[in-house]
Design a protein around this ligand. Structure first.
Ligand SMILES: Cc1cc2nc3c(=O)[nH]c(=O)nc-3n(C[C@H](O)[C@H](O)[C@H](O)COP(=O)(O)OP(=O)(O)OC[C@H]3O[C@@H](n4cnc5c(N)ncnc54)[C@H](O)[C@@H]3O)c2cc1C
Length: 369
């Protein structure tokens, strides 16, 4: 099999395939040499590490500082709470290279290659006329060539985000700070402490055709307004699109399996995508080797749906509800009042949590201030 893209989705796919069938021939192709940067908030949810531990990958963050506190704010409404499980903030330059090393140690054949053409034949997939495989996994990110090849195209909901690295202000040490935007919604600015004196800072918003795409100047102004003083001394500005997930997630039958951003699996509430990348990558890797003569695409579709259907329905419903007045405020008030509601919401935002009765009860009881 061939895996296109060696980000978290592709590395997880390669590792899962090799754990399922040791000795399988797995070619891992990426257009970049590693280590390579990827514009990201660098927030790694513990859920992603759970998936990787299940694949036998340990120690990825042993030398990093866990971040146990989450601060959320909207206007003058703020809350600061401990997370049930600490998260991690790891530059993608480091995290992705470690994952690629784990894939190579597991037996993947890593090669540099920029895939441009995909031919899907009855018995195989051919890439650029030269690489042939029974199954191809498209883990080639946001502008996936393999996604286009199976006809899924670009009709999805998008966000745009910009990040940089800046010295951590004293008040933000040991925290992941998120401040939701008031004028352009849904949007938020973040400051995630890396634990070494620096933070990943950034701003992102869901794209709305009626508002037009925000330019860099506007995004920087939003960031400065929401997190004043956080971008002094910032370096390494880079922006990127995020393909947001929806309850109507689809994977076609056939020999091309999609994972991560290529499968449009980014949480529409938080922009978190690393957990979904490794989780869907692991499903794809397993399905690719287990399919045999059966339809690999169908197998992968069912595996991802078993894992994420209820979650995707919940995040889609909440993301639409957030367009209504007062819903974000009600959620923040409910999370401020009750650690259990906060914990449930963190599961929805970072893992595969569902809308619990506690969340619904909290929203209703805090709906009117
Ligand atoms: C600014 C920003 C902040 C974010 N913050 C967070 C966060 O804090 N936490 C979080 O969990 N998620 C965050 N996300 C989302 C997260 O970055 C993505 O969801 C995640 O990187 C998806 O992983 P992936 O493996 O699917 O794709 P990628 O990490 O994009 O990897 C795709 C790989 O494919 C390669 N590739 C692409 N095209 C080709 C081709 N044609 N041929 C060969 N190789 C190719 C690329 O070089 C790349 O290495 C953020 C996104 C943005 C833009």
């Amino acid at each position: 099999m061939v895996v296109v893209g060696a980000g978290p989705a592709g590395s997880a796919a390669a590792i899962a395939a090799l754990r399922t069938r040791p000795g399988a021939r797995v070619l891992l192709l990426d257009r970049a040499d590693f280590p390579r940067d990827k514009p990201c908030g660098d927030g790694v949810a513990p859920h992603a590490l759970d998936v990787l531990a299940g694949l036998g990958v340990h120690g990825l963050v042993d030398d990093r500082t866990p971040v146990g506190t989450l601060e959320l704010g909207f206007g003058r409404l703020t809350l600061v709470r401990p997370m049930r499980r600490a998260a991690w903030v790891v530059p993608r330059l480091v995290f992705d290279a470690r994952l690629v090393d784990a894939a190579v140690s597991a037996g993947a054949d890593l090669r540099r290659g920029h895939v441009r053409a995909v031919e899907i034949l009855p018995d195989r997939v051919v890439l650029d006329g030269t690489v042939e495989a029974r199954v191809a996994i498209g883990a080639d990110g946001v502008h996936s060539v393999l996604r286009r090849a199976v006809g899924l195209g670009t009709r999805r909901r998008w966000a745009l985000a910009l990040r940089a690295y800046a010295p951590t202000p004293r008040d933000f040490r040991g925290r992941q700070v998120i401040r939701f935007g008031r004028t352009r919604r849904p949007s938020y600015a973040w400051s995630f402490d890396l634990g070494d004196g620096w933070s990943n800072v950034g701003y992102g918003e869901v794209l709305d055709a009626s508002l037009g795409a925000p330019g860099r100047r506007l995004m920087l102004a939003q960031l400065e307004e929401l997190l004043p003083g956080s971008i002094g001394g910032a370096v390494g500005w880079r922006g990127h699109h995020l393909p947001l997930s929806s309850a109507r997630w689809h994977q076609p039958d056939g020999r091309v399996l999609l994972a991560g951003d290529a499968a449009s699996l980014v949480n529409p509430l938080t922009g978190e995508g690393i957990y979904y990348a490794v989780a869907s990558g692991a499903c794809a890797g397993r399905s690719a080797v287990e399919a045999g003569d059966r339809d690999a695409g169908g197998l992968h579709r069912r595996a991802v749906r078993r894992l994420l259907s209820a979650h995707l329905a919940g995040t889609t419903a909440i993301s639409h509800a957030l367009n209504g007045p007062g819903v974000l405020e009600a959620g923040l008030r409910a999370a401020r009042a009750d650690q259990d509601v906060f914990d449930d919401l963190v599961e929805v935002g970072l893992g595969r949590g569902v809308v619990t009765p506690r969340i619904l009860g909290g929203l209703v009881s805090h709906a009117f201030g």
